[in-house]
Write a protein that binds this ligand. Structure first.
Ligand code: GCU
Length: 618
């Protein structure tokens, strides 16, 4: 029922969703199940691989020629086969070709590179479920909207291309010939998050792993275990059981530290706890992870968790109580050597390997929640992380459904990653135009982030404005939303979109907020291997020169506590049509889309290596 709503006329859709929002929890229990944490440590069966696929640009699999939702054999989710030579059925998954899952569809077929619309996926499977066990189907992400069906019945739907969701199929799965069908649609919409305009490729599809997860009748559904805000020796957290035995004794154990604490869950299956712990703290220099066991009477889960504190004091960012400088780079979720969506451990290891080689201790995962693999890899490799929701450019600030969507994506991102020590900052916005409606929208997200996870910092990539005085330029950080942020982020393109690279030498920055700032973007394009004068656009020398002058300017900003230049690697963008130099790639990478390092890579590496041996610049 829900799936068809999203494809009804906009008004009906908005009306229905506003009504939906008035429901106590907008995602009714019957539809999306509460997110199961830490899938990889559960009993799982992967459904990854080749899936049957039907490309359906006119949604004939969902609506009849009167745009009425289909419910009969013609609905593709029925996977109906003609019962006789004379019966008319105009679709057939099994002769319609295949697509690899996980993976975007755009780079799997030339004909789909720019495709925006619906694609139907079908995966058949047998499953021998053990009695007294529950079964869920979990999706790492599907871009942008996914309607999900099992054995011809609707399971539910999910909106948002970068966060996980799951459905319970315990009473729906059968031993043989199950068919799981998804309709995935990446059509852009003004009221969506992100909206219609982005400087990244609108990769569509089932872009992250699909997993069957079998758990006991009452299982450890979720937990949050981190150092209490501002503490390096007090753990604070909660855990949530799901099932018919909510009240249990649950042990939280850290065997390596000789820690074992038992808590009672209440009638809702929830326990909140705090206890002191003398642990080796996680840091980039020593990314210490502990095996943490959450053992209920009916289920046990083990996770690899690091413990550290992160906070601000004046213009300083403190990791484990010590001031730090965040030596970073920005990154899109594109695979290192194939310009398509990244999703795997190997993708993460290669990308973060380049980040480490640059001399970084920090990475901005832009502009949307990246896959879980790269968060866990950052935990292991000792890289602090800025994670972001795609509230990007001109969102519909007045639209309550859009706000709800953004809140949902934020909550899902936090729910998936809040046990990762590497994750230190949530960002709620990128280059959003100042207005009262926008401020209200962002304040709501900032509040949501702080209440969902009081242990981490909240930021946003703002845009400042310039004031000229004589031959000097001063840039003022004066965005009103800065009052609500813990850390200020700022994007600037001095030397590329505005001014000349060398003008940075005489630009000053001031902020009235007394807070730390991260220069969340700066940079310029260069085509790897194209060489010339330092003032010749697109050459490596131009980018090199730009970075040299940027570093001079950045060093002079007294409240600067980090930087994530734009960007580690060239990436696909539909906004970049210039032949020879762009060819639908944004070329601001320090590394090309073939993994080749440009001259500016070494300028930044030299600066970061220099910083590694000294305290943050005053
Ligand atoms: C913006 C934006 C990026 C974009 C970059 C650019 O600041 O945040 O998404 O790619 O500029 O123009 O290269």
């Amino acid at each position: 029922m829900l799936a068809e709503i999203f494809f009804m006329t906009k008004f009906l859709r908005c009306l229905t969703l506003v009504l939906y929002m008035l429901l106590p929890s907008y995602r009714s229990a019957a539809q999306i199940a509460p997110l199961i944490a830490n899938i990889s440590s559960r009993q799982t069966t992967s459904l990854d691989g080749q899936w049957q696929a039907i490309v359906d640009p006119y949604d004939v699999g969902a609506f009849d020629y009167r745009a009425q939702p289909l419910k009969n054999k013609n609905a593709f989710y029925k996977n109906y086969k003609p019962q006789s030579e004379s019966e008319l059925v105009e679709y057939d998954f099994d002769t319609s070709g295949q697509l690899q899952v996980p993976g975007d569809w755009n780079t799997q077929r030339e004909s789909l590179l720019l495709y925006e619309g619906s694609v139907w996926y079908k995966r058949s499977f047998d499953y021998a479920k053990s009695p007294k066990r529950r079964l869920f189907v979990h999706f790492g992400a599907c871009n942008y909207f996914a309607a999900v069906y099992l054995n011809g019945e609707e399971l539910g739907a999910h909106e948002g291309g970068f966060t996980p969701f799951d459905f319970e199929i315990t009473d729906r799965v059968r031993a043989h010939d199950n068919f799981l069908v998804l309709r995935v649609n990446n059509t852009r919409g003004k009221d969506q998050v992100p909206t219609v305009n982005t400087d990244w490729w609108n990769y569509g599809g089932i872009t992250r792993p699909v997993t069957l997860v079998e758990v006991p009748e009452t299982f450890v559904q979720h937990y949050f275990i981190q150092m209490e805000k501002g503490s390096t020796h007090q753990i604070k957290g909660w855990l949530q059981l799901s099932g018919r035995q909510p009240q249990q004794n649950v042990a939280v154990r850290i065997p390596e530290a000789g820690l074992s604490k038992v808590f009672q869950t209440d009638a809702r299956g929830r326990a909140e706890f705090t206890f002191s712990a003398n642990l080796i703290l996680w840091s980039p220099e020593n990314p210490k992870l502990y095996n943490v066991e959450i053992a209920a009477e009916t289920d046990q889960v083990t996770d690899r968790i690091g413990f550290r504190s992160i906070e601000v004091r004046g213009t300083d960012i403190l990791l484990n109580g010590n001031p730090i400088f965040l030596r970073g780079t920005s990154l899109h979720e594109e695979a290192p050597l194939r310009a398509s969506r990244a999703w795997s451990d190997d993708d993460a290891r290669t990308l973060l390997g380049w980040v480490k080689e640059l001399g970084c201790n920090f990475v901005r995962l832009a502009h949307y929640p990246h896959n879980e693999a790269i968060l866990r890899m950052a935990d292991q490799m000792g890289l602090m992380v800025w994670a972001e929701v795609p509230v990007y450019w001109t969102i519909q600030w007045e639209n309550p459904q859009t706000l709800h969507n953004a809140e949902n994506q934020l909550n899902e991102m936090i729910a998936r990653d809040h046990n990762r020590a590497a994750l230190i900052i949530y960002s709620v916005a990128n280059e959003t135009p100042i207005s009262d409606a926008r401020n209200r929208f962002l304040r709501q997200l900032i509040q949501d982030a702080h209440s969902a996870d009081p242990t981490r910092l909240v930021s946003g990539a703002l845009q400042a404005h310039e004031v000229a005085a004589g031959n000097r330029l001063t840039i003022h950080i004066d965005d009103p939303i800065a009052v609500d942020l813990d850390v200020l982020g700022n994007n600037e393109y001095i030397g590329w979109y505005v001014h000349r690279p060398e003008d940075a030498d005489s630009i000053d920055w001031i902020s009235q907020y007394g807070k730390p700032m991260i220069m969340s973007e700066f940079g310029g394009d260069a085509l790897f291997g194209y060489h010339g004068e330092a003032h010749t656009r697109w050459t490596e020398e131009y980018q090199e020169n730009l970075y040299e002058h940027q570093i001079v300017m950045l060093k002079r900003i007294s409240f600067l506590r980090g930087m994530t230049p734009w960007i580690l690697k060239d990436f696909r963008s539909p906004r970049r049509p210039l032949p020879r130099f762009e060819d639908y790639f944004n070329r601001k990478g320090l590394v090309s889309d073939h993994g080749e390092k440009k001259k500016a890579f070494y300028v930044l590496q030299k600066f970061y290596r220099g910083l590694q041996s000294v305290q943050p610049p005053k």
